[in-house]
Design a protein around this ligand. Structure first.
Ligand code: NDP
Length: 480
């Protein structure tokens, strides 16, 4: 093979390098992307979620790989799929009965090519290395799309905050940070929240970091407003999801006003997705949690949403209680053996905001049957590979998580900027910056889709646009 130079990475549209680095023949993937995927399957055979995230990404990169001999030569894809560092640790803590409990903690530092590692912490019993790695991998390209200088990472624990007292959650967070603190820092790795980690947990984690290091720095984002947090950070993921979805809809001559929407989950992302959809004149008729869903044909009004916020963030109750509170609301218990009932309701747009793989093939078929025009991914990787194929094969506009939920980390980036400045910006300013970032993401992913894939294939658009910046930085920084 010719040795490509270290010069800045550009897509050579006219340069058919396929003969040099391998060609497709009748294969689904190019030799190069297939080789990288096979390597992941071989080295981590049990990491299904990580494999899924890598597969979807490589399918997009497949479309440009012929034009990028440098990527092959410098083994950019192999390096991208291998975390720079993984930390796994024991988290001992004492419950309210005085018994010792042990959990497992993780931090996956996937890529620092374009900035300090950045990405949330998840506390959920399902957490394992595969889930941590898929989330960290997605985060790398999501952070790149924001245009801000942030690398990618993710962490968490199999600790289940559900049913724990505040004191237990505090002791767990303190023990978790007692190990994590040595791996993070305002210019090294800046965690935030995710499933099971909200304002309460970030407060305890920050307090312990400060106590151990004797430093008050912007080492975590999602902090409370009284100790270095940013306006609009709690709202940012949900608001950003709606801003990006609106931009996509407008590109196709559609809008949110007067439309019926399905939202799953009832946590941070779901709550502020509903808030912004309401503000823009849409009607949301569903919410869910891990035990069931509610269908409110009259719509989850701002007043009802306030009830949900109190129920979920303060009382830490179940979504079933909503159906007991309001008339005309149906509650359906979740049965993991059957399709998710949230996706079997007639509506215009759907916003999965709970967790990965919550839309499987049968759910996607239900969405198509019900005439859904857009799926905006608030959760990370909510659609299985087959579900994605069903949706896109039926011309449903798919706003992929990497782009659609990037608003959260974008405002985390703005929180870091404010911490560095020792300033706190107004709500209006942060919201304006968020809208600008989501608008830029829309332009970048739609241009990349149109140029290198198919118009409106935002999955390819997001993967390709996110990838190019990280790849260029990796080329410039040499083999590290
Ligand atoms: P929360 O913990 O605030 O809420 C999660 C919601 O999803 C809860 O309603 C929870 O129900 C439900 N849920 C969690 N796990 C499952 C499961 N296995 N099956 C069914 N329902 C489940 O988390 P967030 O709102 O912060 O996160 C939701 C999604 O958004 C995640 O995919 C996360 O990675 C993603 N995301 C979050 C960002 C943020 O800023 N917070 C940023 C970008 C993406 P229950 O209460 O019963 O557990």
């Amino acid at each position: 093979m010719n040795r490509p130079s270290f010069s800045p990475l550009v897509l050579h549209q006219e340069f058919n390098i396929g003969k040099i680095i391998g060609h497709r023949e009748n294969k689904i993937m190019h030799d190069e992307t297939q080789r990288v995927y096979d390597h992941v399957l071989k080295t981590d055979p049990d990491q299904k979620e990580f494999q899924q995230a890598v597969f979807t990404f490589l399918q997009s990169i497949d479309k440009i790989i012929d034009e990028l001999p440098e990527v092959t030569y410098h083994k950019i894809l192999e390096r991208m799929t291998e975390p720079e560092r993984v930390v796994m640790f024991r988290v001992p803590w004492i419950d309210d009965e005085g018994h010792v409990q042990i959990n497992r903690g993780f931090r996956v530092e996937m890529s620092s090519a374009i900035g300090p590692y950045k990405g949330g912490l998840r506390f959920h019993p399902s957490v394992n290395l595969s889930i941590m790695k898929f989330l960290a991998f997605e985060q790398v390209f999501k952070n790149s799309l924001t245009g801000l200088p942030m690398g990618g990472g993710k962490g968490g624990s199999d600790f289940n905050p559900k049913g724990k007292s505040d004191a237990e959650v505090m002791r767990f967070c303190q023990s978790f940070m007692t190990e994590l603190y040595r791996h993070i820092g305002a210019d090294t790795d800046v965690p935030a929240g995710d499933i099971g980690v909200g304002g309460r947990e970030i407060g305890y984690l920050f307090g312990q970091y400060k106590r151990i290091t004797n430093q008050f720095t912007g080492v975590l984002t999602g902090k409370g407003m009284d100790f270095g947090g940013s306006n609009i950070r709690p709202e940012a993921t949900g608001y950003g999801l709606v801003y990006l979805s609106q931009a996509i809809l407008r590109g196709e001559g559609m809008d949110l006003e007067g439309k019926t929407c399905l939202v799953s989950g009832s946590g941070n992302v779901a709550q502020f997705t509903v808030e912004k959809l309401n503000a823009l004149g849409a009607k949301v008729v569903t919410l869910s949690d891990s035990t069931g869903m509610i269908y409110d044909p009259n719509g989850i009004t701002p007043e009802k949403l306030q009830y949900v916020k109190t129920l979920k963030n303060i009382k830490r109750g179940r979504i079933r209680e909503y159906a007991e509170e309001y008339k005309g609301v149906e509650y359906i218990e979740r049965n993991p053996e059957t399709p998710n009932p949230v996706w079997d309701i007639k509506a215009d747009y759907a916003f999965p905001c709970a967790t990965q793989n919550e839309i499987l093939k049968a759910d996607a078929e239900n969405l198509v049957k019900n005439g859904i025009k857009l799926v905006g991914e608030g959760a990370n990787m909510p659609c299985s590979v087959e579900a994605e194929q069903v949706l896109m094969g039926n011309n449903v506009l798919l706003a992929p998580a990497k782009a659609a939920n990037a608003g959260g980390v974008a405002v985390s980036g703005l929180e870091m900027a404010q911490n560095s400045q020792r300033m706190q910006w107004t709500r209006e300013r942060v919201d304006q910056e968020l809208q600008t970032i989501m608008g830029n993401i829309y332009r970048n992913i739609s241009e990349a889709a149109e140029k290198y894939s198919t118009k409106n294939n935002f999955v390819d658009g997001a993967n390709i646009a996110g990838f190019m910046k990280v790849a260029r930085a990796m080329m410039a920084e040499g083999y590290v």
